[in-house]
Every structure is written in C-alpha cells, then in structure tokens.
Write a protein that binds this ligand. Structure first.
Ligand SMILES: Cc1cc2nc3c(=O)[nH]c(=O)nc-3n(C[C@H](O)[C@H](O)[C@H](O)COP(=O)(O)O)c2cc1C
Length: 223
C-alpha cells in the first residue's frame, strides 16, 4: 500500500509540511510506504488546454499528456492508495503551485458528462490539509470555507471519497518582532502554536492512520 503527500507550500519544514509529515507517519503506522512530494521543487505549468486527455481514441485519454516536472508525481499520485494534499491558503485559495497541480490532476480524470463523472477507476482514500493564518471565524467571514468545500466536493466526485483538515491561526513568521504585521499578536500566535498546533498534528496523524487503515481493510476484504 502506498501513501503520497503533496506539499503545496514553498516551505518544506513549516506548518503544511509538518502536518503532511504527521499524516504520512499515521499512514506508515498502518503499513503504508510513504512519500512526500514538494511541488516547489518541480518545474511545471498548469493545464494548457491541449485536450489530449479528452480525445476519445487518443493515447492520452484520461491522462495528462504534458511532459514536464509534474509528470512523475502525477503518475505516482494516481497510483497511490492514500493521497493527502496540503496547501496554505494564499489570498483565499490554495497556492499557485497547488492550483496548477490540481488542474493537471483533476482535468484528465473529470468527464464532461451529465452528471459529471470520473475516469478514476481505482479505489483510493484522499484528504486535503489546509493551513490558514486566519482564525476559523475570520476564514468563514471571508468565505475561504467556500473554496475549501468546493474542492472537497470535487475530490469526492473524482476519487469517490475525500476528507478535509484545516489548521487555523498558524504561526507564520520565524520572528514576529522583525516584521511589520501589527494585526497579529505575537503572544497569541505563540500560544496557538504551543497549545493548538500539536493537537492538529495529532489529528493529521490520526487522519493518515485512518485512511490507510480503511484501505488496508478494503484490500483484506476484497475477493
Ligand atoms: C502570499 C501569502 C498569502 C496569504 N494569504 C492568506 C489568506 O488569504 N488567508 C489566510 O488565512 N492566510 C493567508 N496567508 C497565511 C498562510 O496561509 C499561513 O501562514 C500558512 O500556515 C502558511 O503555510 P506554511 O507555514 O506551510 O508555509 C498567506 C500567506 C502568504 C505568504
């Protein structure tokens, strides 16, 4: 069983990457072989609308035909049993790199049928972990939750199942005293990092363990 994490943050050791690492540790605790891909290490673009993935008799039907830095990770993601994506929220949505990755992942698998369908024929458990500088209340007030639930619905439609974990009020800067950001209270941020973030990390571990555990059970009960 394979579990893959995809980090849409440019930072490899901060909030999003840490939660993804915990989630993969959880999957690993159930026997999954794990891998974390950092999107910012790769050279690629979003969907270029070539439609090779939609040509009925084409070699690339249902697959992205573009060849670039995203080609190997896209193949690994579509072959994984547990897929855990992670991104910070940047101006109300995922980072640009994560957005481009999602276009390339979703579009080939998505069918323009009525109702919309999916070409993903395997069983996989999926989740999306978001990290936000905003509090839960502010995120809702600003409508960030709408983007998050729309992506969850799309992932459920494409992969059959998906869950979401959000971490709010994250610790963003290494040293708050060195940046101009008067809307943040550094003491409050440090308190959230010390008291809330560890429990979010536990939730990420449990999420990874649960998804991998469910896949393991499905495999064992398969005829
Ligand atoms: C360019 C940029 C835009 C951001 N926009 C938002 C935003 O719209 N809403 C929000 O809650 N946080 C926003 N943040 C904060 C990040 O989402 C938050 O600090 C996140 O935890 C960073 O993830 P990382 O530590 O994995 O890099 C933004 C940060 C950056 C750098």
């Amino acid at each position: 069983m394979k579990a893959i994490g995809v980090n849409g943050s440019p930072r490899k050791k901060w909030n999003t990457a840490t939660l993804l690492e915990r989630a993969l540790e959880g999957a690993g605790s159930q026997g999954a072989k794990t891998e974390l891909v950092h999107l910012y290490d790769l050279d690629y673009k979003g969907c270029i609308s070539c439609f090779a993935c939609k040509k009925k008799t084409g070699r690339s039907y249902g697959k992205c035909a573009v060849r670039d830095g995203l080609t190997p990770p896209l193949r690994k993601v579509t072959q994984a049993d547990v897929i855990i994506l992670g991104s910070p929220i940047y101006f109300g949505t995922v980072t640009g790199e994560m957005r481009s990755f999602l276009e390339r992942l979703f579009f080939p698998l998505f069918t323009y049928a009525e109702p919309r369908g999916s070409l993903f024929s395997r069983k996989a458990k999926t989740a999306f972990i978001y990290t936000l500088g905003a509090t839960r209340e502010l995120a809702k007030e600003r409508g960030f939750d709408k983007h998050i639930s729309a992506t969850e619905r799309l992932m459920q439609m494409i992969f059959g199942a998906s869950e979401t974990l959000c971490t709010y009020d994250t610790y963003q800067f290494e040293d708050y005293s060195k940046v101009y950001a008067p809307c943040f209270d550094p003491e409050h941020k440090a308190k959230v990092r010390a008291e809330v973030f560890p429990s979010d990390c536990r939730k990420a571990f449990e999420l990874g363990a649960r998804l991998a555990g469910e896949m393991k059970a499905m495999r064992m009960s398969a005829p």
